[in-house]
Design a protein around this ligand. Structure first.
Ligand code: ASP
Ligand code: MG
Length: 404
């Protein structure tokens, strides 16, 4: 088999852990598999580099930021290749560029356009273990890019797809994907398997095991992904295509996201083109809007629009929105950062009714007010006050019978 193994920051946090990773890689090679390893930077390294940049400049350039951040993964790729060599296996480390990972030029959140992988294919034929620095690529004009926080997951999935790997293993510090965060609800269970779609919802909802874009990519190209721990031999969770069994379960997981802010534009004219103008400006700034709620008009000619954006973009979005609100003669703009999004997810919702009402009822029973609601075919999300996050997770996990 050709296996891609990705190791996250905690799995390569120091020399001993890198040696342990090398043992696991060597074991797979010994069993006769071809192995491509993708590594993250050592735990905390990326944040440290960002902190350094912020000490130097209040507004560090994004091109230089990418060059800086890509160095974290280069360090671990070289060290991991050395560790594998030390165990008597041939190993070679590649940067994103040497792997032929070509991206667009949107610095700090670039998209992969293609992976040439010529050197990698040749090295695999010559029985090398390949160790790729995750999280990075190169533009057509030779600038280093990074793929967004958590982007090594995307590197791994995209490489697995490009090389037609049989399996993409994502090694992390948890045993797999859980019904919810076990730190909040200790009775949370590990799932044996989960569909791409559910995983996508859970990932984007803030269950931090896999980067959202990596799941989108895996779903599109049907890359079989296993999430498992690098600290033990437990089997992990398979992320795969939906099957009949999965539909029997109404709710598979409860997720929360504390990284959203809510912006409300008060009393804007209720006429064509207003939302288009506002959200175009936000999209043009590369800010991802999540939930949007527009009320029915008050007295027929004005309305409120509320929406959520990532907390990291809230100041930038507020400035943009205030500018447009001024032009539209709206009554003002409100920013609330003390909110959280809480969601229940399951492909079974397509064939079962009553999930939303049960969710609202459960929150109401515990005195938790709902500020915004959104639904899709397989999820119901509510914006609530930040301080109720843990309580909401626990009571919903219980109400949907996820503990058994
Ligand atoms: N080192 C990068 C980050 O911390 C990428 C990754 O770990 O996947 O976001
Ligand atoms: Mg990660």
């Amino acid at each position: 088999m050709l296996i891609v193994q990705k190791y996250g920051g905690t799995s390569v946090a120091n020399a001993d852990r890198i040696k342990a990773v090398a043992e696991r890689v060597a074991k797979a090679a010994k069993e006769g598999h071809k192995v491509v390893v993708v590594v993250s930077a050592m735990a905390g390294e990326t944040d440290k580099l960002i902190g350094l940049a912020n000490q130097i400049s209040t507004n560090p350039g994004e091109r230089e930021m990418d060059l800086l951040l890509s160095s974290g993964e280069r360090i671990t790729s070289a060290l991991t290749a050395m560790a594998v060599e030390a165990l008597g296996y041939k190993a070679i480390a590649f940067t994103g560029r040497q792997m032929g990972i070509i991206t667009d030029a949107v610095h700090t959140k670039a998209r992969i356009e293609k992976i040439t992988g010529e050197r990698a294919r040749k090295a695999l034929d010559e029985n090398y273990v390949i160790v790729v620095a995750g999280f990075q690529g190169i533009t057509g004009t030779d600038d280093v890019t990074t793929l967004g926080r958590g982007g090594s997951d995307l590197s791994a999935v995209a490489i697995a797809s490009a090389l037609n790997a049989d399996l993409c293993e994502i090694y992390t510090d948890v045993d797999g994907v859980y019904t919810t965060d076990p730190n909040i609800a200790p009775e949370a269970r590990k799932l044996e398997k989960i569909s791409y779609e559910e995983m996508l919802e859970l990932a984007s909802l803030g269950a931090k095991v896999l980067q959202t874009r990596s799941v989108e990519f895996a779903m599109k190209y049907e890359v079989p992904v296993v999430v498992r721990s690098s600290f033990n031999d437990n089997p992990g969770t398979l992320v795969t295509r939906e099957d009949k069994d999965m539909e029997k379960v109404v709710v598979s997981g409860v997720a929360y996201d504390k990284n959203q802010s809510k912006i409300t534009v008060k009393t804007v004219p209720d006429k064509p083109g207003i939302a288009a103008r506002l959200f175009k400006a936000i999209a043009d700034a590369n800010i991802v809007v999540d939930m949007i709620v527009q009320n029915i008009s008050i007295g027929g000619n004005a309305t409120d629009i509320s929406f959520t954006v990532p907390k990291t973009d809230s100041k930038k979005t507020l400035a943009l929105t205030e500018k447009i609100a001024g032009e539209l003669e709206a009554k003002g703009v409100d920013l609330r950062e003390d909110i959280a999004k809480i969601s229940v997810v399951g492909v079974g919702m397509r064939t079962h009714s009553g999930v939303a009402s049960q969710m609202f009822d459960t929150l109401a029973k515990h005195g938790i007010n709902i500020m915004m609601i959104s639904t899709s075919e397989i999820k119901v999300s509510c914006i609530i006050e930040l301080k109720y996050t843990e309580l909401a997770v626990r009571v919903l996990h219980e109400a949907f019978g996820l503990s058994q």
